[in-house]
Write a protein that binds this ligand. Structure first.
Ligand SMILES: [Zn+2]
Length: 383
C-alpha cells in the first residue's frame, strides 16, 4: 500500500507525502516547515469573456513566481540547511502540495451563474504541484514502475479529494515536460488543477461524447467506439495491453500525439481498479520511453489526463483518457501555434498519424512487441 502522510506548510498550504509500498513510517520531524513565509495571497480574478462564453483567469501575482532556479535553490528538492525548500523532509518518494503561486485558489466556491459582459469573480479552485521524485534531474520515463505506480495513486487520491471541494467542476492532472513548452522548473514534476468551471476543451469533447452516448442509448461511450475502430483498422495502434491501449488518433492535431485509453469506461483515475493502476504504471512508462526514443534528445511534451467533468450530464458519457502531445516535428524543429491554430483553432498537421504510429511502434519502449505490450505487473506494487 502507498503510505499517505498529510501536513501543513508554514503558510497553511496542504502537503501530502505519498511513499512507496513498504516505506517506513515518516519521522514527525519531516512534517514541520520551519520557514517564515508571508501569508497567502487572495485568489486572483476570473473574468467572463462574453464573446466566446469562456472564463479567463487573470493571475497577475504569478509574474513573481520562481523561474528556472539553479539546482541548489530548487523549491521541490528535499530540504537541506542551505536550501529550505517547499518540502520540509530530507527525503521523499512522491509529494503533492498546494502551489504557492496558484492561478486558481486558495479559496474555493462557485463561479457566478448566468454570466454576461463584465461579470467577474474570485478565481476559486485549487492548483497543486506533484513532485514525482526527490531527484532533481531525469524525467518521468526514468522512474521505475513502483514509483510510477505511487504517482498514479497520488493522481487518483487527489482527483477524489479535489472533486469533493465546493464548487469544483473539473479536475485536471497534467505534466508539461521541457523548457521549450514553458516549464519553469527542471525538477521532474506535474500539476493538478481543480477548476470551478468546465474548461472549453472539456465542454467541446463532452458535447460530442454526450451525443454519441445518447445515440447509443447509453450502451457505449464515444471513446470506446473510437478505440474499437482504431483496433480494427490497426494502422495507428501503438500498443495493446489487457486494460489499456494506445493509438495515434485518426485526425491527430499535433506532430506527435498519442491517446492512451482504458478499455473499461471509467470517469476518472480514481475509478480505476488496483489491477488497472498496476498496468497503467507499465504502459505509461512504455509510451514515454517510446516518445524519448524517437530523437537523440528528450522530446518536450504535454501529458494531459482528460477526466469526466463533475456535472452529471457530462459525467455519464465521460471516458477517462490520456492525450500525450508534442509540438516536435523534427530533431531540431518545433511546431508553433500560429495564425490558423492560435487564432482560429484550426489545426494543420505536417506529419501523418500513420507514419508517427509506425515510428512509435518500431522504437523501444519498456517492452516491445510490434504493436503489443506485455502486461507485466510491477513488482511489489498493489492497490
Ligand atoms: Zn529539484
Amino acid at each position: 500500500m502507498t503510505r499517505l502522510t498529510s501536513t501543513r506548510l508554514a503558510d497553511g498550504r496542504e502537503l501530502i507525502y505519498f511513499d512507496d509500498p513498504g516505506s517506513p513510517e515518516r519521522d514527525p520531524g519531516s512534517l514541520v516547515d520551519h520557514r517564515d513565509l508571508p501569508p497567502r495571497a487572495d485568489p486572483g480574478e476570473l473574468r467572463y469573456d462574453a464573446l466566446s462564453g469562456e472564463w479567463v483567469a487573470v493571475a497577475a501575482h504569478r509574474q513573481s513566481r520562481t523561474h528556472l532556479p539553479p539546482a541548489d535553490q530548487c523549491p521541490i528538492c528535499p530540504t537541506t540547511p542551505a536550501n529550505p525548500s517547499e518540502i520540509p523532509a530530507p527525503d521523499y518518494d512522491v509529494v503533492v502540495f498546494e502551489n504557492r503561486f496558484p492561478s486558481l485558489g486558495p479559496a474555493v466556491g462557485s463561479t457566478p451563474d448566468a454570466p454576461a459582459w463584465g461579470t467577474s469573480g474570485p478565481a476559486f479552485g485549487r492548483c497543486e504541484v506533484v513532485s514525482f521524485t526527490p531527484k532533481h534531474t531525469g524525467s518521468f520515463a526514468e522512474l521505475g514502475e513502483t514509483r510510477a505506480r505511487t504517482v498514479i495513486e497520488a493522481w487518483a487520491q487527489r482527483t477524489e479529494a479535489l472533486s469533493a471541494l465546493p464548487g469544483v467542476r473539473q479536475v485536471f492532472p497534467f505534466e508539461n515536460r521541457g523548457a521549450e513548452i514553458g516549464v519553469t522548473l527542471h525538477h521532474p514534476h506535474g500539476q493538478i488543477y481543480a477548476y470551478p468551471y468546465v474548461t472549453p476543451r472539456a465542454a467541446s469533447l463532452g458535447a460530442e461524447a454526450g451525443k454519441h452516448f445518447d445515440d447509443s442509448r447509453g450502451r457505449e461511450s464515444l471513446t470506446s467506439s473510437i478505440l474499437k475502430a482504431e483496433l480494427q483498422d490497426g494502422r495507428r495502434m501503438v500498443l495493446e495491453a489487457e486494460h489499456f491501449s494506445a493509438y495515434v488518433p485518426f485526425a491527430a492535431r499535433w506532430p506527435l500525439e498519442v491517446h492512451l485509453v482504458p478499455h473499461r469506461q471509467v470517469p476518472d483515475l480514481a475509478a480505476l481498479t488496483g489491477a488497472e493502476r498496476d498496468e497503467l504504471a507499465h504502459v505509461y512508462l512504455d509510451l514515454l520511453k517510446r516518445l524519448d526514443a524517437l530523437y537523440p534528445t528528450p522530446t518536450p511534451y504535454i501529458s494531459a489526463w482528460h477526466q469526466a467533468p463533475l456535472d452529471p450530464a457530462l459525467r455519464e458519457s465521460g471516458h477517462l483518457h490520456l492525450q500525450l502531445t508534442s509540438p516536435r516535428r523534427a530533431a531540431d524543429k518545433l511546431k508553433y501555434l500560429a495564425g490558423s491554430e492560435a487564432a482560429m483553432g484550426a489545426f494543420i498537421n505536417d506529419t501523418t498519424p500513420e507514419s508517427v504510429a509506425a515510428r512509435l511502434r518500431s522504437v523501444a519502449g519498456a517492452s516491445t512487441r510490434a504493436g503489443k505490450t506485455t502486461t507485466g505487473i510491477p513488482e511489489g506494487a498493489s492497490a
